[in-house]
Write a protein that binds this ligand. Structure first.
Ligand code: SAM
Length: 246
């Protein structure tokens, strides 16, 4: 198993665990960059919107591609606790999170996460009490001289971390108009192959039924044809980087 996580010294110490680059078998360079409350999604508005949209559903399936080290899934949960009623979380869980980078999936599954000082400052500014969700790890098996945190069960038990390739998993998804598919800052790495992106979005539109949501990030927004593919495939933008199937 691939257990080595390399740091990009340019971005350390800000990003640490989430600053690795790796090459795919095809030689494509992929980054695992992520951070808490990434600003390309209005988390408060998103939580309020999805809560209202799915208010009559018993279950909502949250599927997350390109989960990286778990930061994004945990941001979703902490946002929910902050901006919605915590007692309603059960119907949105567990989040099924996938990443193709095995070492990240292993670390997230083991409950370890690196929280940078920038992350902590940003969460403090947002009034998020992150210490309710993470505690300092006494031992850490992944890095030397790096302080890691352990994710507490209020978050950890609500996410399943899976190793998998989104291009293969996507066609197997089943939707009953109750899915939130997060695919944020991953498709952007495939901008040299618009056909691959088009095929992916076409499959998203076949899999997702009316009212389900497809959520992208800034990497996707920087590639103008992604939004046109989405519109052609029957998706309507409902807020920045959030598209609803018509
Ligand atoms: C830049 S990170 C984005 C992390 C997070 N979604 C965010 O927006 O902060 C991209 C992630 O996508 C993952 N990834 C790239 N290709 C993938 C694939 N084919 N299937 C699943 N994950 C993939 C990478 O390993 C990496 O962790």
């Amino acid at each position: 198993m691939d257990m080595k996580i390399s740091f990009n010294p340019i971005y350390s110490p800000q990003f640490k665990s989430s600053s690795s680059f790796y090459k795919t078998q095809e030689g494509k360079e992929i980054g695992t960059f992520t951070w808490f409350f990434r600003q390309d999604l209005d988390w408060k508005r998103f939580i309020e919107y999805q809560t209202e949209l799915f208010k009559n559903k018993d279950n909502v399936n949250i599927v997350q591609f390109g989960a990286s080290d778990g930061t994004e899934a945990y941001t979703y949960l902490m946002s929910f606790f902050e901006y919605a009623d915590e007692k309603d979380i059960a119907k949105f869980c567990p989040i099924e999170a996938y990443d193709i980078k095995e070492s990240m999936v292993k670390m997230a599954s083991d409950g370890y996460i690196n929280i940078s000082s920038t992350d902590k400052e940003n969460m403090d500014k947002l009034g998020i009490n992150w210490e309710k969700s993470f505690r300092l790890a006494k031992t850490e098996p992944y890095y030397n001289n790096t302080t890691l945190y352990l994710t507490k069960s209020r978050l950890k038990q609500r996410v399943n971390f899976n190793h998998g390739d989104m291009f293969q998993i996507l066609p197997t998804l089943k939707d009953e108009s109750n899915t939130i598919l997060l695919c944020r800052n991953c498709l952007g790495y495939f901008d040299d192959t618009p056909q691959k992106i088009y095929q992916f979005i076409k499959t998203v539109s076949e899999v997702l039924k009316k009212d389900s949501l497809f959520v992208t990030g800034n990497l996707e927004a920087e590639i103008p044809y992604i939004e046109s593919f989405l519109r052609q495939s029957n998706f309507e933008p409902v807020m920045r980087n959030v598209f609803k199937k018509l």
